[in-house]
Design a protein around this ligand. Structure first.
Ligand code: NDP
Ligand code: BG6
Length: 503
């Protein structure tokens, strides 16, 4: 069999340009996601000549902006970018009230004018970058106004969390299917657009040496950490209602977990991959409401210091209720009840305003069964750890023991390290990949409805527990901004004889 050389592989693997002309309509265009991620990603694609000549972007939200006023806001994020002026000629803004049908009529008129001006052949991509409570309403309005009736193709992108809970996720799916076919719906989890996350599957299933040890016989436990240094910022309108479970666990963290735990599909195909992930979600042992204090620790940040700057506590952030019980941190232990993973705990944690920004999956192997060095060494031999560093300093690392040079017998832990950046790879931002795939109609990295619902099913008792509001006060522990979360989270894992681990 011919194995491709490195250069050949790199050439084949470059992002494929979008060929179809298109009009992109972003709802929630005044928000953080649009400013910080979507527009910069679109700019990069434009800069790298990956967008067609004929395209336009129209932002829609309740805030009032003129086209130029909106461009000025976006320019702030893209300061100094050489092609900004050229790119910004494709960007427009329309103010909208989501409950007002006449707003959608005006938007439709605007889109039609832009379609003629940019000759986009009626291809439309709708992007819902809004808090999940208003997603269904927007889809209804789009449908009622006939905006889904187009001359070319139409697609709709729904941000995570998909729905608000199990019932609303099902309702939202029903509403979407009234106006769009399944092929036209893209449920986003941008973590799946990260190169390092995609590499988990390749690493597992394109190397023969890991799969035989990827199970309860060799693995002691798995940890997933998604730690952020940022606070809630200007997103309290969304976040204070969502909290860390809806914001990170139901989607990003569960997706990461499923990639680690899934069985190999027979072929690398979106439907088969989704099926395997759903099987994992089905196998996750349900945590009942009564068991929550044993399995989950919640936290909320208080004033502290991050990167040398004093930052306010969560309740003092703009737009957050002074008596908010929204958790900004959670640590939990879950079990995947199947043959492969029986008895192997998965420890998951995520939070805002933590000590360091790092997202990592670590696979902790079992210690050696018998130490032949026990008479010479006082300490135990540290087990091997395999790390997928999702960000920053994207890497895959394997730690192992070696002998320290010298006459005395001493051990030294060293790392075998594959660093994406040191190898000189350009890592496209997740949103570049995600947008490219929507524009090309490729479903590989998007999430299926069944997986979404299974994840909500698992988290329903947790959300019900949290929704008990004030009574919860004893269960949400304070943690100082700039630390690794509440001390209770440390004790929680130490009880199992383990400790949190980030490289
Ligand atoms: P924001 O809080 O910035 O809200 C986005 C926009 O939605 C706001 O600008 C606001 O615009 C509008 N909005 C807010 N609250 C309401 C409301 N109650 N009713 C109607 N409109 C409202 O959120 P983000 O942009 O951060 O997030 C939007 C979605 O994107 C969320 O689902 C989030 O999970 C997802 N996401 C965000 C990421 C990020 O980094 N920010 C990353 C990945 C996903 P206006 O008032 O002008 O209408
Ligand atoms: C989003 C969450 O989905 O992911 C944000 O809504 C979070 O709260 C963000 O900050 C983290 O994404 P990334 O790519 O910066 O790790």
């Amino acid at each position: 069999m011919k194995v491709k050389k490195k250069k050949e592989v790199e050439e084949v693997c470059l992002l494929e340009p979008v060929k179809d002309p298109f009009g992109l309509v972003i709802f929630g265009a005044s928000g953080d996601l649009t400013r910080q991620k979507l527009i910069p990603a679109l700019y990069n694609l434009y800069h790298n000549r990956l967008l067609p000549d004929n395209f336009f972007i129209v932002g829609a939200a309740r805030s009032r902006f003129t086209d130029n006023g909106y461009r000025d806001v976006l320019k702030e994020t893209l300061k100094g970018k050489d092609l900004w002026d050229e790119f910004s000629r494709h960007v427009f803004y329309t103010q909208i009230e989501y409950s007002d049908a006449s707003s959608f009529v005006s938007l439709q008129r605007r889109i039609k004018t832009l379609e003629r001006r940019f000759a986009t052949e009626g291809n439309r991509l709708f992007y819902l970058a809004v808090p999940p409570q208003i997603t269904a309403q927007i889809v209804e309005m789009l449908g009622a106004g006939g905006m889904n009736k187009v001359r070319g193709w139409k697609r709709i992108v729904v941000e995570k969390p998909f729905g608000w809970d199990l019932a609303s996720a099902r309702d939202l799916n029903g509403v979407l299917h009234r106006y769009f076919t399944e092929d036209e719906i893209f449920r986003i989890d941008h973590y799946l657009g990260k190169e390092t996350v995609q590499d988990i599957l390749l690493f597992r299933f394109a190397n023969s040496i890991f799969e035989p040890i990827w199970n309860r016989n060799f693995i002691d436990h798995v940890q997933i950490t998604a730690a952020e240094t940022v606070g809630v910022g200007k997103r309290a309108g969304y976040y204070d209602k969502a909290g860390v479970i809806r914001d990170m666990f139901q989607n990003h963290i569960f997706q990461l977990m499923s990639l680690i735990a899934m069985e190999p599909p027979a072929v690398f195909d979106p439907a088969r991959i989704r099926e395997e992930k759903v099987k994992v979600f089905r196998s996750v042992r349900q945590i009942t409401r009564a068991e929550i204090p044993e399995y989950i620790v919640f936290g909320q940040y208080i004033q502290g210091e991050v990167d040398g700057t004093v930052v306010p506590g969560y309740r003092d952030e703009e737009g957050v209720r002074k008596d908010s019980h929204t958790p900004t941190f959670a640590a939990m232990k879950i079990h995947v009840d199947n043959w492969r993973w029986q008895g192997v705990p998965f420890y998951l944690r995520s939070g805002k305003r933590l000590k360091r920004r790092v997202t990592e999956v670590s696979i902790h192997f079992k210690p050696v069964p018998h130490s032949i060095f026990r008479h010479q060494l006082s300490e135990e031999i540290a087990p091997n750890v395999l790390v997928f560093r999702i960000q920053p300093d994207e890497a895959i690392e394997l730690s192992f023991q070696t002998k320290m040079p010298g006459t005395r017998l001493c051990f030294r832990e060293v790392n075998m390290n594959f660093s994406y950046r040191q190898q000189g790879f350009y890592l496209p931002e997740a949103y570049e990949r995600v947008l490219m795939d929507c524009l090309r109609g490729d479903h590989l990295i998007f999430v299926g409805q069944e997986g979404v619902e299974k994840a909500w099913e698992f988290f329903t008792p947790v959300l019900e527990f949290l929704d008990k509001g004030k009574k919860l006060i004893f269960h949400i522990h304070d943690y100082r901004a700039g630390t690794w979360g509440p001390l209770e989270a440390e004790e929680f894992i130490r009880r199992d004889g383990r400790y949190w681990w980030v490289n």
